[in-house]
Design a protein around this ligand. Structure first.
Ligand code: UD1
Length: 426
């Protein structure tokens, strides 16, 4: 199994191109199930999760063609077309590997009137139920049963019917799924307490370009007027705000100076504001963010994790790594997932001083971190170990890095180009 070896201590200097967002690429790829025409997606990152979803889509009858490299875009341009859905079942083997696969239930039900989709099951960061998805689909008229670990969903005769859906919590996945179901339903659907992450806006842009009628994307209330059919479109995946925030923290932690090319500051403004309070200097342009800490200490700052536009849970582990080297004590409150502190034990191998009490981690900054042997536990946690290792004295080895390959495109290459001493060990 691959590992990452790195030697800490080099400040990062240089420019990093920000890839297309994994969390936008996945729902936009799933939207290809809604039309028989070509859906062209640009800036698709080359990641294990994207490859995993491609397998599932092929199983449903989606044709997938990677276009020749387009020098104007980072990542791949991929053409998806689904003349007909050949199988409405999403099997356990393909869904259990990645939770977002479950979201196919929305378009399958909308276009074919039926879907049999494996329950995604729990995952390392928490139980992650699907109750909001099922309540939302039922509100649109679907009949739902659970059969041997599968959700079996059937639309009423005449198809899904628009309805009012109110989520108890603004779930990203449930918002994507109900949005994709509602675009082909009869009549009006109002989704209240919807997620408003930039990836939701990207999906709404994509669906609108395909002929859907959606208003309110980027707010807590989405209104969808159902249409009979959707057509093809040509859409760019938004830049990955989590990747940008991660590299920003790596730059600050190592005392470097890096330019995040393509990053959209308004997509991670809460992180930018927080990092400025830690003492970093950050300059923003519409498609570029420069981050540096030329001198001085890192100032400890508390943070409560929240839904967009608040500070994202997907940057919590990386921020904790940064706080390990701060002057003073910080409190980090995780509010989205109940078990997202697995990186704590691994960060302590570097000599960090962290205590957790329920959903709050208290981090006492230390003067120095020391390289260590650590193990990646989930996607975002893994990259926090990379950041900690880059700022630590001496050698670090990170095991189980397949988690990193799920969500960070060419991570070692991008860091090495900025002066990091990092390599993949086969
Ligand atoms: C998405 C992101 C993930 C990010 C998360 C929160 C993708 C591919 N993944 O995950 O990177 O960390 O948003 O920003 O985009 N919940 C329920 N019932 C439901 C659905 C959700 O209780 O039916 C709960 C979850 O257990 C969790 C919270 O709602 O505690 C938020 O989850 P959700 O926003 O749905 O996260 P994902 O869409 O799975």
């Amino acid at each position: 199994m691959d590992r990452i070896g790195l030697v800490g201590g080099n400040p990062l200097h240089g420019e990093i191109p920000i890839s297309g967002a994994k969390n936008a690429a996945l729902p936009l790829m799933i939207a290809a199930l809604l039309t028989g025409d070509d859906l062209v997606l640009r800036n698709v990152p080359d990641l294990a999760d994207v490859r995993q979803l491609r397998k599932l889509l092929l199983n449903h009858g989606v044709r997938i063609e990677v276009a020749p490299h387009d020098p104007g875009h980072i990542g791949e341009t991929i053409v998806f077309s689904t003349p007909s859905i050949t199988d409405t079942c999403a099997p356990y083997e393909l869904v259990s590997a990645m939770r977002a696969s479950f979201w196919v239930i929305g378009p399958l039900l909308a276009r074919e009137g039926e879907a049999r989709v494996s329950l995604p099951g729990g995952c390392a960061i928490g139980s992650r139920p699907v109750d909001f998805f099922l309540t939302g689909l039922k509100a649109l008229g679907a009949h739902i049963e659970i059969d041997e670990g599968y959700v079996v969903a059937r639309a009423p005769r005449g198809g899904l019917q628009g309805a009012d859906v109110t989520f108890p919590f603004p779930s990203v996945g449930a918002t994507h799924t109900i949005l994709m179901a509602a675009v082909l339903a009869r009549g009006t659907t109002t989704i209240s307490n919807a997620a408003m992450e930039p990836e939701i806006v990207n999906l709404a842009q994509c669906l609108t370009a395909m002929g859907a009628k959606i208003s309110g994307a980027g707010t807590r209330t989405l209104v969808v007027e159902g249409v009979d059919t959707l057509h093809g479109a040509d859409i760019q995946i938004v830049p990955d705000r989590i990747e940008a925030g991660t590299f920003a923290m790596a730059g600050i932690m190592t005392g470097g100076d890096i330019v995040l090319r393509g990053a959209r500051p308004e997509h991670f403004q809460a992180a930018i504001d927080l990092l400025r309070r830690t003492g970093a200097e950050i300059d923003c342009e519409p498609d570029l963010v420069r981050v540096r800490r030329s001198a001085g200490r890192i100032i400890a700052q508390d943070i409560d994790i929240g839904t967009f536009p608040e500070f994202p849970t997907d940057l919590q582990a990386q921020y904790m790594a940064l706080m390990c080297r701060a002057d003073g004590t910080s409190h980090i409150r995780e509010t989205i997932f109940e078990n997202r502190f697995m990186h704590v034990a691994e960060l302590m191998r570097f000599g960090a001083d962290i205590h957790t009490d329920g959903q709050v981690a208290t981090v006492h900054g230390v003067r120095e971190l020391k390289g260590a042997q650590v193990m990646a536990t989930d996607l975002r946690a893994s990259v926090s170990l990379v950041i900690a290792g880059l700022a630590a004295e001496g050698e670090t080895t990170i095991n189980r890095i397949y988690h990193l390959d799920r969500g960070f495109e060419r991570l070692e290459e991008k860091l090495a180009a900025c002066g990091a001493d990092i390599r993949r060990l086969k």
